[in-house]
Design a protein. Structure first.
Length: 71
């Protein structure tokens, strides 16, 4: 098992934040499980929008994620 796995995802909703991971096209992950860089938050320079594709790091166990950037 890898300690960190990179996964693509897409923004399904902004309020509340919901992201669908490409590895499971039927599973929507709630925003509270994601850490989001300041630049991608609503008050940042390049806020996330519905339809954006992102690269996320999934930590061991898949219970927490870090959005690295838009792709």
């Amino acid at each position: 098992m890898q300690p960190v796995q990179l996964i693509e995802g897409s923004i399904r909703s902004i309020s509340p934040l919901v992201i669908r991971l490409a590895s499971n096209s039927k599973l929507d992950i709630p925003g509270e499980l994601f850490t989001i860089p300041k630049r991608l938050r609503q008050s940042g320079d390049d806020p996330l929008q519905v339809g954006d594709n992102v690269m996320a790091a999934s930590f061991t166990g898949g219970q927490s994620f870090y959005i690295m950037d838009k792709i």
